[in-house]
Design a protein around this ligand. Sequence first.
Ligand code: AMP
Ligand code: ZN
Length: 105
Amino acid sequence: MECLFCKIVNKEEPATLVYEDERFVVFKDIHPKAPFHVLIVPRKHIASVAELGEQDKELIAEMIFVAKHIAEEQKFPGYKLQFNVGRQGGQIVDHLHLHLLGYPL
Ligand code: AMP
Ligand code: ZN
């Protein structure tokens, strides 16, 4: 069975999209932990940072640039970027995602 974020990427599950391009989909976290909380999700299914391979170097760098682009668009003076890795690391959804938590002035 396809994972939840694959379903969102494929528009089989609803989400509030804030950005998308050929490689990424960005949508609002359903349980926000900051005034602005979105998830940067690659279209490609990779379970977590622990599963990244050498071939994903460019993808992971681009993910950070997508986050930076959105944070700049929102004009946040500060923000947090977070990867949760594995159950012990607080990861619930096993499809790679970068949390962007934004704190407006
Ligand atoms: P993590 O703990 O890093 O795996 O984060 C998963 C995040 O996905 C959590 O912050 C959840 O609130 C969020 N989440 C779970 N289901 C959905 C959904 N259907 N739409 C948007 N965000 C979701
Ligand atoms: Zn997936």
